[in-house]
Design a protein around this ligand. Sequence first.
Ligand SMILES: Nc1ncnc2c1ncn2[C@@H]1O[C@H](COP(=O)(O)OP(=O)(O)OP(=O)(O)O)[C@@H](O)[C@H]1O
Ligand SMILES: [Mg+2]
Length: 338
Amino acid sequence: MVDTILEVDDLKTHFFLDEGVLKALDGVSFHIGKQETLGVIGESGCGKSVTARSILRIVPSPGQTVGGTAKLFSDGGASRDLLKLKPTGEEIRAIRGKEISMIFQEPMTSLSPVHTVGDQIEEAILIHKTQDKKEAHQFALDMLDRVGIPNPKDLSKAYPFQLSGGMRQRVMIAIALSCNPKLLLADEPTTALDVTVQAQILELMKELQQELGMSIMFITHDLGVIAEVADRVAVMYLGRVVESAPVKELFRNPLHPYTVNLLKSIPRVGRGRGKKLQTIQGTVPIPINLPQCCPFMARCEQAMPGVCDKAVPALEQVAENHSVRCYLHHENNEVAST
Ligand SMILES: Nc1ncnc2c1ncn2[C@@H]1O[C@H](COP(=O)(O)OP(=O)(O)OP(=O)(O)O)[C@@H](O)[C@H]1O
Ligand SMILES: [Mg+2]
């Protein structure tokens, strides 16, 4: 198990709303290897951000993690279950930022509006890395430089609202990487950036990954980026992982009808000009009071009545490193629970 840094099993996070219980995560399972990049994809609302937040224990109210485990392994092989730690306790606070860092989807909501960006990076460094203010200051400038911020000295004196979206995203990345985390949870880290800056940032993340031996959970809508950065991919649908496989295998041989459709919806230059782009029929339902059947059934062209409507299929391994949650690929179409 020393090759694994994080193992998440049957993670359940629910939002207790007036309308009912919204099961944002209803049994998410996956693992991330040391120095591995796990790409996480899926349509809006399928639970990607809530998964990252659940691991760090920062799910906003009225959300609550109600089940599962998230084991963080240390080099010696010992593990701690993050879901057992108190969300406001010292233990998880020491892990946040130092062992596990997160780049948030919306940089404006996670940067403080009343502190300069330089102060915000320095603060993270002073908490986790060095007590020497001068050293922390220099390190902050170096980090801003590394994420491609021009003139870091001047810019470190700016407040977040004075920066463009792309600049703010880069500041977030600098903060997240400044303490050499063992695991980086990157939630759409480059979506707000133009393609050239995106390429620079992806390159920087790869460089730092090799230098620091960091593992990355890379959440994105962009399947092109996934193909570029991920070693393995987990496809999420309605609060569960429905397929996972090494990146090449997933692109070459997608099994779940949802994954097949996601991949078909990538626009390609020169392919079927003038033809309509493929989309997945229907929309992602809100996960309140969902029936106990395959959650993709209503949108699936290959749904098998009498099989798919009996119970939620399990995530089953169908080949080495390739798991899928679909009766089409399970032996004897056998019906399992969860
Ligand atoms: N604060 C909240 N209160 C209530 N429901 C929430 C809250 N945050 C998330 N949810 C619900 O949890 C589910 C998962 O949301 P999540 O933000 O994880 O999706 P996502 O996969 O990150 O989507 P996107 O690609 O749009 O970022 C959705 O149904 C969402 O409506
Ligand atoms: Mg999200």
